[in-house]
Design a protein around this ligand. Structure first.
Ligand SMILES: CC(C)(COP(=O)(O)OP(=O)(O)OC[C@H]1O[C@@H](n2cnc3c(N)ncnc32)[C@H](O)[C@@H]1OP(=O)(O)O)[C@@H](O)C(=O)NCCC(=O)NCCS
Length: 194
């Protein structure tokens, strides 16, 4: 894998940028919307009250931004070209739970509900996946999506991810009491290019 780090990418309607502190509060506000974080946040439940307080969170976001240009970080803040608004975030990362093979990463995405269902997630994900497969030389994505999170696994299927038909896992989410049954998905570079 070529550790090239996050690189600015432009698509038809979006600019995917290296995260800066300027837009982090907006991203935190988006992430604190229950319908956005429900099947996304998996931080230990004992921290859930702290998540809701920007003054506490700010230092974690600063820490993240300080490492945004590290060559092993692949995380983008997503902006609309037409008005410059930050509408979401997308990333590729190594998850100890899901990435049991070399050259394999998981991914994450969330968008402001105001801008969902307009194809923006598809556009951003295609841009990130093309970069990760063609320039970074990642071989495979392996990830999971809560079964009730239909928008997310439909998006995975639209992008060509293949669901494991024989297995599901149970994911813990910060704001949900019980573990949630989740589909497992894979996207292979070789199959994706074809
Ligand atoms: C998942 C998410 C990123 C999709 O964003 P989006 O910009 O609305 O996605 P798109 O408009 O590109 O839609 C892509 C596909 O997803 C599916 N989809 C999107 N929203 C859907 C919904 N509410 N119900 C069912 N399918 C949906 C559709 O198949 C759609 O393709 P189509 O329009 O060709 O039918 C967004 O819903 C989100 O931010 N969810 C909260 C955060 C989250 O759960 N992240 C994932 C954790 S695994």
């Amino acid at each position: 894998m070529n550790l090239l780090g996050t690189k600015e990418i432009e698509t038809d309607r979006l600019i995917l940028k290296i995260p800066t502190m300027k837009e982090q509060k907006i991203l935190w506000e988006i992430l604190m919307i229950p319908e956005v974080n429900r099947y996304y946040l998996d931080i230990n439940k004992k921290f859930k009250d702290r998540l809701l307080n920007w003054e506490i969170q700010k230092k974690f976001y600063e820490e993240k931004v300080n490492h945004a240009k590290d060559k092993d970080k692949f995380e983008w803040s997503i902006f609309l070209k037409n008005n410059g608004e930050c509408i979401g975030q997308i990333n590729s990362h190594i998850s100890s739970k899901e990435c049991d093979e070399e050259n394999t990463m998981s991914l994450g995405w969330y968008f402001n509900p105001k801008y969902q269902k307009r194809g923006y997630a598809t556009e951003a994900a295609l841009a990130m996946i093309n970069y990760m497969f063609n320039e970074v030389n990642l071989k495979k994505y392996k990830t999971s999506a809560a079964i009730p999170n239909i928008a997310s696994w439909k998006l995975m299927e639209k992008l060509g991810f293949i669901r494991d038909k024989n297995k599901t896992i149970f994911n813990e989410y910060t704001f949900i009491d019980e573990p949630v049954e989740s589909y497992i998905y894979e996207l292979n570079k070789d199959k994706y290019s074809k």
